[in-house]
Design a binder for this molecule. Structure first.
Ligand code: 5GP
Length: 188
């Protein structure tokens, strides 16, 4: 009997929206969901580990892989390149695994074009003001980087109109329940 293909979930949301925490909880409760590890040219943040958080690489290597057609999608975000490896996604979907890609909106729309069966979920901040407050609270980035991120936030919210689902993260537990509901309705 042919193996049933897995489902591909693409989750996007502005930085500071709490998407990382939400996804961590989702995976803890649903260990069968697999999360793709992206390649990026950005510098590791303190505590980030190569091969765990990202595959950290440089621009030349990244662009070589783009030319080789290694990426299912890739995009520039705030001055750095990010991409998802095609081979990993295909191999795991063919094994029947359900996958999560945590990527920004330009990449998400590339996936939707190539794989219309994919499910796009956007995590929305309660408000831009609240998000700005959270971003500044991190205290890890300079003003220019924060302004760059806020610009991307506005663009991404505009882009979320093309997503299948939108979840507002004003309460982590509530957002988690909603996210699980969406995923379970697709898987089962
Ligand atoms: P950060 O630098 O904060 O880890 O990520 C910046 C943005 O890049 C986030 O919106 C994140 O979802 C996105 N991102 C991470 N990996 C990928 C990827 O493989 N492809 C694309 N298109 N975006 C990614």
């Amino acid at each position: 009997m042919e193996q049933k293909k897995g489902k591909l979930f693409v989750i996007s949301g502005s930085s500071g929206v709490g998407k990382g925490t939400l996804l961590k909880k989702l995976i803890e409760k649903n260990p069968k969901l697999e999360v793709s590890i992206s390649a990026t040219t950005r510098q590791p943040r303190p505590g980030e580990i190569d091969g765990v958080n990202y595959f950290f690489t440089d621009k030349d290597e990244f662009l070589k892989e783009v030319e080789n057609g290694d990426f299912l999608e890739w995009a520039e975000f705030n001055g750095n390149y990010y991409g998802t490896k095609q081979a990993w996604v295909e191999r795991n979907l063919n094994k029947g695994r359900n996958l999560i890609l945590e990527i920004e909106t330009k990449g998400a729309l590339q996936i939707k074009n190539k794989m219309p069966d994919s499910v796009l979920i956007f995590i929305m901040p309660p408000s831009i003001e609240e998000l700005e407050h959270r971003l500044r609270g991190r205290n890890t980035e300079d003003e220019e980087t924060i302004q760059g991120r806020l610009h991307e936030v506005r663009r991404e919210i505009e882009c979320s109109k093309n997503y299948d689902y939108t979840i507002v993260n004003d309460d982590l537990e509530k957002a988690l329940v909603e996210l699980e509901k969406v995923i379970n309705s697709v898987i089962h």
